[in-house]
Design a protein around this ligand. Structure first.
Ligand code: GTP
Ligand code: MG
Length: 135
């Protein structure tokens, strides 16, 4: 088995989609190991998004992530890192496939950052690093 960090980002919490997103995760059969509502400060987000420092969307991304609470989830299951990213769909909600969280529930709001509802770790190394930041 494997663990990943999932975030329901501030747009997902603000739009009241936490339950819908959790329902999809649970229906898929992954196990909720830990879950908390978090209002991250800048330092925590800078650690989380270190790989994106310097990119044009970096500052707007941190501002967006500080705009309201996120739900952080420690999720477990066989191949859950790949599996959750498949459930989430591709980064851009406009082109994310129907049936995915971003494809079904996300849209392009024309803002400086893709408000794409969720985050999921992209590798075992990222998962270990990110879980230690949020839990
Ligand atoms: P996460 O699961 O959130 O990490 O999404 P991802 O792995 O699909 O995307 P990535 O790690 O490349 O980017 C992190 C976040 O930055 C995304 O989820 C978006 O919110 C934002 N982002 C990434 N790329 C772009 C971009 O090209 N333009 C804009 N405006 N935002 C972006
Ligand atoms: Mg990523």
């Amino acid at each position: 088995t494997e663990e990943t960090l999932v975030l329901v980002k501030p747009d997902g919490v603000a739009r009241g989609l936490t339950g819908e997103i959790l329902a999809r995760i649970e229906a898929k059969g992954y196990a909720l190991v830990d879950l908390r509502l978090v209002e991250p400060d800048r330092d925590r987000l800078a650690a989380h998004y270190a790989e994106h420092e310097g990119k044009p969307f970096y500052e707007p991304l941190l501002e967006f992530m500080m705009s309201g609470p996120s739900v952080a989830i420690r999720l477990a299951g066989n191949r859950v890192i790949e599996g959750f990213r498949s459930l989430a769909g591709t980064t851009d909600p406009t082109s994310a496939a129907p049936g995915t969280i971003r494809g079904d529930l996300g849209r392009d709001w024309g803002l400086a950052v893709q408000q794409n509802l969720v985050h999921g770790s992209d590798s075992p190394e990222s998962a270990a690093r990110e879980l230690s930041i949020w839990f």
